[in-house]
Design a protein around this ligand. Structure first.
Ligand code: HEC
Ligand SMILES: [Cu+2]
Length: 319
């Protein structure tokens, strides 16, 4: 029985592998939290060793009344002054980190709104807001200020490789500063239970060179390019998809679901969970709740054959 407890350890450590590994930080803020973690861990281990050593020593030794004053002094310094100073210093250090990561300054501002169960992402640019969803792209070595809120329930925004978690609270705005220092595709997720599809509420956090980021954002700001009379777009409108989804540049202006203007430019479908392929797209439409249970999008099981193919081809052309 006791040994079986140790079997859990590899299972827990397995969760630390891969791109959600906060111990392999790729951001300045994550690095600071990681430093704090190691200092706490090593410090606690050393202090624990000293305390246990002192207890064993005290247990073995004979009581010697002549050492009374020395013992009192040891307790005063070791038991009161030392912990007060150490805990006080850690508190100050922690507060400084907290102040920096929640500061309201950044080289760019990204608003993220937690929805059930996806992410509304809005880049603030001098030319106006650029709306996208379920994917965040950031330039390397720049501080991105995230302004976070939620639609109806509390979520928590977390990119483990880049920084700590931050709650997203309906009716309130919280801020989080992230400064990625390494390019790559870092995963993000919702870290606060928020209902049925909580575990499937993920996103890609892609860190790019500044120039690549700039061209991406410029492309993202453009409306969709749709050929006049595209049969796929007509099906999209006939099925009522446009009541919930927006495709900028068309009359589809629904505010309920993710913005689809540049859907196919995203790496993943369905808030970071499926590869963006035509097969997954078709299943997303016909078998919606098998792909992602509980979501607020109705399935379209009757949409089959050529109509489905055309709709999927249209969606995959939105890049
Ligand atoms: C009642 C509103 C509603 C309708 C109608 C609707 N959707 Fe959705 N759709 C949503 C919501 C909400 C989500 C986000 C689900 C999630 O991931 O939690 C979504 C997600 C999606 C996604 C994934 C987006 C992404 O960023 O990965 C696609 C693609 C999509 N819908 C296509 C369609 C198509 C095509 C239709 C019409 C056949 C349609 N939707 C009809 C609400 C709707
Ligand atoms: Cu959530």
């Amino acid at each position: 029985m006791r040994r079986s407890i140790f079997l859990i350890i590899p299972a827990l450590l397995a969760g630390c592998e891969g791109r959600h590994n906060w111990l392999a930080s790729a951001g300045a803020e994550a690095q600071r939290v990681e430093d704090l973690f190691w200092v706490l861990l090593v410090g606690a281990a050393v202090i624990w060793g000293i305390v246990i050593g002192a207890a064993v020593y005290a247990h073995r030794r004979q009581v010697d009344p002549s050492l009374e004053t020395q013992a009192r002094r040891f307790i005063l310094w070791g038991g009161a002054v030392f912990p007060t100073v150490v805990v006080g210093a850690l508190l100050v250090w922690g507060l400084v980190i907290l102040r920096d990561i929640t500061s309201d300054e950044g080289d760019l501002t990204v608003r993220v709104d937690g929805e059930r169960w996806w992410w509304r992402v809005i880049y603030e640019t001098p030319e106006g807001d650029v709306v996208t969803a379920n994917e965040i792209r950031l330039p390397v070595d720049r501080t991105a200020l995230f302004r976070l809120t939620a639609d109806d329930v509390i979520h928590s925004f977390w990119v483990p490789a880049l920084g700590g978690k931050m709650d997203m609270i309906p009716g309130r705005e919280t801020t989080l500063a992230l400064t990625p220092i390494e390019t790559g595709n870092w995963g993000g997720l919702c870290a606060e239970y928020c209902g049925g599809a909580h575990a499937l509420m993920r996103f890609d956090a892609i860190v790019m060179e500044q120039s690549a980021f700039d061209s991406w954002l410029e492309a993202e700001a453009q409306p969709a390019e749709i050929a006049a009379g595209d049969p796929g777009f007509e099906i999209f409108q006939e099925e009522g998809c446009g009541a919930c989804h927006t495709i900028r540049g068309t009359e589809a202006q629904g505010p309920v679901g993710p913005d689809l203007t540049h859907l196919a430019s995203r790496d993943k479908l369905g808030a970071g969970i499926y590869d963006m392929t035509p097969e997954n797209m078709a299943r997303w439409i016909t078998d919606t709740h098998a792909m992602k249970p509980d979501i607020d999008m109705p399935p379209y099981p009757d949409l089959q054959g050529e109509r489905l193919d055309r709709l999927v081809a249209f969606l995959m052309s939105l890049d």
